[in-house]
Design a binder for this molecule. Structure first.
Ligand SMILES: *[C@@H]1O[C@H](CO)[C@@H](O)[C@H](O)[C@H]1NC(C)=O
Ligand SMILES: *[C@@H]1O[C@H](CO)[C@@H](O)[C@H](O)[C@H]1NC(C)=O
Ligand SMILES: *[C@@H]1O[C@H](CO)[C@@H](O)[C@H](O)[C@H]1NC(C)=O
Ligand SMILES: *[C@@H]1O[C@H](CO)[C@@H](O)[C@H](O)[C@H]1NC(C)=O
Ligand SMILES: *[C@@H]1O[C@H](CO)[C@@H](O)[C@H](O)[C@H]1NC(C)=O
Ligand SMILES: *[C@@H]1O[C@H](CO)[C@@H](O)[C@H](O)[C@H]1NC(C)=O
Ligand SMILES: *[C@@H]1O[C@H](CO)[C@@H](O)[C@H](O)[C@H]1NC(C)=O
Ligand SMILES: *[C@@H]1O[C@H](CO)[C@@H](O)[C@H](O)[C@H]1NC(C)=O
Length: 318
C-alpha cells in the first residue's frame, strides 16, 4: 500500500519536473509573455491567454499577427498551442472585424544558444560598455549579426544592487546611454548589471553584462599633443576627465616607434611610463613616431586611445 502511494507520488513528481524543465512562462512586461524552452526543436507548448477582466462579458475573437485563426478562436479565455518558434502577437477583438481590445505578444527564448548579437570579445561578451570619467554616465553598445539586423530591443534593465539605473535607448537600437546617480568619490561596492532583451520575430534573447564603473572608465584621447625645444613633447588631460587631477590621477605610457609604424607596433624604439604631462625623447634618430596614452593610475583600468606625432627631421606632424 505504502509503496503504491509512493510510486504514484514519484510518477506525479517526475512528470511535474520534466514539464517544468521543458519550459517556463514569464510575463516579462505588460502584454509580453515569454516561453523559455530548453529544446526548441519539436516543442509544443500550451499557453492560456486572456483578453482581460474588462471584457469578461463581451464576445471576443482572436487574431494572430493580424490574421484570423482557423478554426476561429473565440472567448475571453483561450488556450493556444505554440510550436517551436511560432509565437506571435495575439490580439483580441469585439467581432471578427471589430474593435481591437487588447493583445498579448508571445515570444520564445531558447535557453542555451544565442544568434542575434555578435560576440565582441573572446570571453563571450556581446555588450561593450565605456565611460570617459566617473561622473556616472556610461554608454553600452552591441552589434546585431548580419542576418538579424532587423532585431528590435524590447527592454533594457539596468541596476546596481537594489537601485535602478535609468537608460535611454539610442535611435538605431544598438546602444544605450545610462546615468548612474552614485557618487564618483565613493568606492564601488556593487557591480552594475545591464540586461538587454532583444527579439527577432518571435525569438527572444537576453544578454547580460556586469561590471564596476572603474572597469569601463577609459580616458578620452589626450588632446593638444605638441612638441617644443626640439624633442620635448607635452599634452593635456582630456577635458572630460574628472577634477581634481590630484584625486583622479592619470599616468601616461610613452612609445617611440619607427617612422611608418603605428602606435600599436610591438617593436618600438622605446617605451616608458610617466606621471607628468611632458616627455623628452633622447634618441639620436630624428625620424620616429611619438605616441602617448593615458590610464587611471589607481585602478589600472582601460587605456585611452593613442595620440601621436610623426617626426621626420624638421617636419613634425601632430
Ligand atoms: C490586457 O491584457 C493583459 C495581458 O496581456 C492584461 O494584463 C491586462 O489587464 C488586459 N487589459 C485589460 C484592459 O483588461
Ligand atoms: C501587437 O499588436 C498591437 C495591436 O495591433 C500593437 O499595438 C502592438 O504594438 C503589437 N506588438 C508587437 C510587438 O508587434
Ligand atoms: C543546447 O541544448 C541541447 C539539448 O540539451 C544540446 O544538445 C546542445 O549541445 C546545447 N547547446 C549548447 C550551445 O550548450
Ligand atoms: C578609439 O579608437 C577606436 C578604433 O580606432 C574607435 O572606434 C574609438 O571610437 C576610439 N575611442 C575613443 C574614445 O576615442
Ligand atoms: C559626464 O561627463 C560627460 C563627458 O564629459 C558629459 O557629456 C556628461 O554631461 C556628464 N554628465 C554629468 C551628469 O555631469
Ligand atoms: C623614463 O623616463 C624618465 C623620465 O620621465 C627617465 O628618467 C628614464 O630614464 C626613462 N627610462 C627609460 C628606460 O627610457
Ligand atoms: C641622453 O642620452 C645620452 C646618451 O644616451 C645621455 O648621455 C644624456 O645624459 C641623455 N640626456 C638626457 C636629458 O636624458
Ligand atoms: C620623410 O621625409 C622624407 C623627405 O625628407 C620623405 O622622402 C619621406 O617619405 C618622409 N617619410 C615619411 C614616412 O613621411
Amino acid at each position: 500500500m505504502h509503496s503504491l502511494v509512493l510510486m504514484v507520488l514519484c510518477a506525479g513528481l517526475s512528470f511535474a519536473t520534466s514539464d517544468s524543465q521543458d519550459h517556463n512562462q514569464e510575463t516579462l512586461m505588460d502584454n509580453v509573455l515569454v516561453l523559455r524552452v530548453s529544446h526548441v526543436h519539436g516543442s509544443r507548448i500550451k499557453v492560456s491567454l486572456s483578453c482581460g477582466e474588462a471584457y469578461q462579458d463581451k464576445p471576443v475573437f482572436w487574431k494572430r499577427n493580424g490574421v484570423e485563426l482557423t478554426p476561429a478562436l473565440q472567448g475571453n479565455r483561450v488556450t493556444v498551442l505554440v510550436r517551436e518558434m511560432n509565437g506571435g502577437n495575439y490580439t483580441c477583438h469585439l467581432s471578427p472585424d471589430g474593435e481591437y481590445l487588447n493583445h498579448t505578444v508571445i515570444l520564445v527564448q531558447p535557453d542555451n544558444r544565442t544568434v542575434i548579437l555578435e560576440e565582441i570579445s573572446p570571453e563571450g561578451g556581446h555588450i561593450h560598455c565605456l565611460a570617459p570619467n566617473y561622473n556616472g554616465s556610461f554608454h553600452c553598445s552591441w552589434t546585431r549579426t548580419q542576418h538579424r539586423s532587423h532585431a528590435a530591443v524590447l527592454l533594457v534593465k539596468t541596476n546596481r544592487y537594489m537601485d535602478k539605473i535609468p537608460c535611454e535607448l539610442e535611435a538605431d537600437g544598438s546602444g544605450v546611454i545610462c546615468q548612474d546617480a552614485s557618487c564618483p568619490y565613493k568606492e564601488e561596492r556593487h557591480r552594475i548589471t545591464l540586461t538587454v532583451y532583444i527579439h527577432s520575430y518571435s525569438r527572444l534573447e537576453a544578454y547580460t553584462r556586469s561590471f564596476y564603473l572603474r572597469e569601463i572608465v577609459k580616458p578620452e584621447k589626450l588632446p593638444n599633443l605638441r612638441v617644443s625645444s626640439g624633442q620635448v613633447f607635452s599634452w593635456d588631460a582630456p577635458d572630460s576627465w574628472d577634477k581634481p587631477g590630484s584625486y583622479f590621477g592619470l599616468h601616461f605610457q610613452i612609445k617611440v616607434a619607427r617612422i611608418g609604424h603605428s602606435c600599436s607596433s610591438d617593436k618600438p624604439i622605446l617605451t616608458n611610463i610617466t606621471e607628468v604631462r611632458k616627455y623628452e625623447v633622447n634618441i639620436t634618430s630624428r625620424r620616429y613616431v611619438f605616441c602617448v596614452r593615458a590610464q587611471d593610475k589607481h585602478t589600472l583600468g582601460p587605456w585611452s586611445n593613442w595620440s601621436q606625432c610623426t617626426v621626420n627631421k624638421s617636419d613634425v606632424v601632430c
